[in-house]
Design a protein around this ligand. Structure first.
Ligand code: COA
Ligand code: AMP
Length: 633
């Protein structure tokens, strides 16, 4: 079927379109109410349907005779181990884990925080929550205790699941002390903590609160999948907003299951029994959707990789895993390939592996910059290289080349066409639609398709103010871009204070709050500066308090350490400049956009609203002094 006809139907007859998609799944009760507004006026999908995500992801496939197929393959070069779970084995492990959680008092609607590295137990934990109708909040293992504490206080979990350690290359990161510190900082205290002991690190257990994973599982009896309403929250996933308080994106169950199953066919062209590898982390939305729930609902084999693109042990790591597990479709972030390209520019490692299984490469998390696209095309033996655009909020791609419907000619720098269900428009600041080729705010007409966030956890008001109020009738993506003459969408970057560092979404506002907490700092601005490897890197400009006596090196070291300690090392604030004045408007608003532009453009216009034009020159001078270059894109 052509993309155009599928897309058109999804827009003209969304109810009929998504009703048909819903019939692909094994509901406990098929929905008849396809889409409508709740008493808050928010759109909800499949309100009278009942299902269970763990049933769809596991029991259903076992019942269909797929029990002996590999559900997940854990490949861990950092621990030199591999482990396979068939659908039957995974179902049993998940049922046991659900039973153990139930014995700890977890029931439908309770929250469970999961802070784990990329091990099978992370997926088992998520699916076990889903089995009980408990709502998980997975926290990326790179987050520091403070961030974990913030998420604990927002989700208020009954139980927290963790492991004794994660591995960063050869470095062992002990998790338990981080968890203990986070619980100490949090107002809310989970009743129980369950720790999967790994051989690389011991964990001290606190009597009365902490449990050893293996011992707990050994004594648990399996739990069946609990039917939940389609609108029941499956998870909360916190993501960076413009302030220090992350947004708790809430995901429902029914819409998400339907959307994931649809996207795996229409976009990724994947079918039951095939092998999909998404090299990301379960702590991010990409991991939730395309390491865990999507592949399993679809009956695929999902590769779970605990390693890096390079140095585990070399830049051939991706090719090894693809070849060894016969991966058909591979998905990662452009930054990961930039790391490979840096170490192996001619991709010599590829010759060591049989890559005949690999059909398509998908990239997301940040824009696929044309130089990286060109490199992938050059080394890729004619394979499609697909840039696709999405956000934690949407849960699945807003735009992509629909490989399962009708592949289109690729255009470097473009995410191709809107996915079925997404009515994407480019608006000017007043909300007026712009023409082809004109750059503006990318907005999506309501209702958003199934799978996208219905609201924020316990915060409808913030959901409205963050996404719905700026352009009435639309969801504001906060990304900017344009649609060209051929209808291709180009996503050029965020219009707000969110930056993207090595595929990780971070808030500059949050970093400013942290830096502003330093005794010597009067005010500061953090902006994303173009970086050849990581896409963007945060850079801080700081004005000192009068009389503050601190040399630059000490201040920089303090601030770098504060950001590492509060957010995590992956935030990558490495450089800070001291300036006399920040560029501001006459009403006192910091001109962040102008600062950002200075890192990528040689001819930055002086805004007419600027208070003191010389402040921009000072920023330019500081950038030159720190040797900031331009990004290759
Ligand atoms: N746990 C603990 N620490 C972590 C971590 C984790 N899960 N992930 C990153 N860090 C730490 C690193 O150890 C490093 O610490 P250091 O400053 O003490 O050395 C720091 O955070 C920066 O890490 P990172 O940004 O990952 O840089 P890197 O140079 O180690 O690796 C890449 C660069 C490109 C290989 C890596 O960033 C990568 O694989 N990125 C892909 C990201 C991705 O998949 N995103 C998902 C979007 S789809
Ligand atoms: P996250 O919520 O962490 O997935 O980050 C979402 C943000 O990453 C988007 O709002 C974009 O700014 C950026 N992003 C992700 N994928 C792409 C892409 N393919 N092209 C351009 N930007 C992207």
């Amino acid at each position: 079927m052509s993309y155009a006809s599928v897309y058109q139907r999804s827009i003209e007859d969304p109810e009929g379109f998504w009703r048909d998609q819903a019939t692909e799944l094994d509901w406990f009760r098929q929905p008849t109410d396809i889409v409508g507004q709740d008493d808050q006026g928010l759109y909800r999908w499949f309100r009278d349907g009942e299902l269970n995500m763990s049933h769809l992801a596991l029991d259903y496939h076992v019942n269909q005779g797929r029990g002996d197929q590999a559900a997940i393959i854990h490949d861990s070069p950092v621990t030199d181990t591999q482990q396979r779970y068939t659908y039957r084995e995974l179902r049993d492990a998940v049922a046991t884990c659900a039973g153990a959680l139930r014995e700890l008092g977890v029931t439908k609607g309770d929250r469970v925080v999961i802070y784990m590295p990329m091990i099978p137990e992370a997926l088992i934990s998520m699916l076990a929550c889903a089995r009980l109708g408990a709502i998980h909040a997975v926290v990326f293992g790179g987050f520091a205790p403070h961030e974990l504490a913030v998420r604990i206080d927002d989700a208020k979990p009954k139980v927290l699941l963790t492991a004794s350690c994660g591995m960063e290359f050869a470095k062992v990161i002990a998790y338990k002390p981080l968890v203990d510190e986070a619980i100490r900082q949090a107002q809310h205290k989970p009743e129980a903590v369950v720790v999967k002991a790994r051989p690389q690190a011991d964990a001290e257990l606190q009597a009365g609160r902490d449990h050893d994973w293996d011992r707990l599982m050994a004594g648990a009896s399996p739990a069946d999948a609990v039917p939940v309403e389609a609108t029941h929250p499956l998870y909360i996933l916190h993501t960076s907003g413009t302030t220090g308080k992350p947004k708790g994106v809430m995901r429902d169950t029914g819409g998400y299951a339907v959307a994931l199953n649809f996207s795996l066919g229409a976009i990724y062209d994947l079918h039951p029994g095939e092998v999909f590898w998404t090299a990301s982390d379960v702590g991010w939305v990409v991991g939730h959707s395309y390491i865990v729930y999507g592949p399993l609902v679809r009956g695929l084999t999902s590769v779970v990789y605990e390693g890096k693109p390079v140095k585990t042990p070399d830049a051939g790591a991706f090719w090894r895993v693809i070849s060894e597990h016969r991966v058909k479709t591979f998905f990662t972030a452009p930054t990961a390939f930039r790391a490979v390209k840096k170490e192996d520019p001619e991709a010599r490692h590829m010759a060591d592996y049989d890559l005949s299984c690999l059909k398509t490469l998908f990239l997301a998390g940040e824009r696929l910059d044309p130089p990286t696209y060109d490199w992938l095309k050059r080394i890729g033996d004619g394979r499609p290289v697909i840039d696709h655009w999405w956000q934690t909020e949407t849960g699945w791609p807003i735009a992509s080349n629909p490989m399962g419907l009708e592949p289109h000619p690729e255009k470097p720098g473009s995410a191709t066409f809107p996915s079925p269900g997404y009515q994407v428009e480019i608006l000017d600041p007043m909300g007026e639609p712009l023409g082809r080729g004109e750059q503006g705010h990318i907005a999506i007409r309501l209702p958003l398709p199934p799978g996208c966030l219905p609201t924020l956890w316990n915060d409808d008001a913030r959901f409205r103010s963050s996404y719905l109020e700026r352009f009435p009738g639309y969801y504001d993506t906060s990304d900017g871009g344009y649609i060209d003459e051929d209808g291709y969408l180009f996503v050029m970057g965020r219009m707000d204070d969110v930056i993207n560092v090595a595929g990780h979404r971070l808030s500059t506002g949050e970093m400013e709050e942290i830096i502003g907490g330093h005794d010597a700092v009067a005010e500061c601005a953090v902006v994303g500066i173009a970086d050849e490897m990581k896409g963007e890197m945060p850079f801080g400009f700081v004005v000192l308090k009068d009389g503050a006596e601190l040399d630059h090196a000490t201040l920089e070291q303090d601030l770098v350490e504060m950001v590492r300690r509060n957010i995590g090392a992956f935030a990558c604030l490495r450089q800070v400049a001291i300036v006399q004045k920040l560029p501001k408007t006459r009403s006192g608003k910091i001109l962040r956009k102008s600062i950002r532009q200075l890192s990528t453009e040689s001819d930055v216009p002086v805004p007419s609203t600027i208070d003191d034009p010389s402040s921009l020159d000072e920023i330019r001078g500081a950038m030159e002094e720190h040797g900031m270059g331009r990004h290759g894109g």
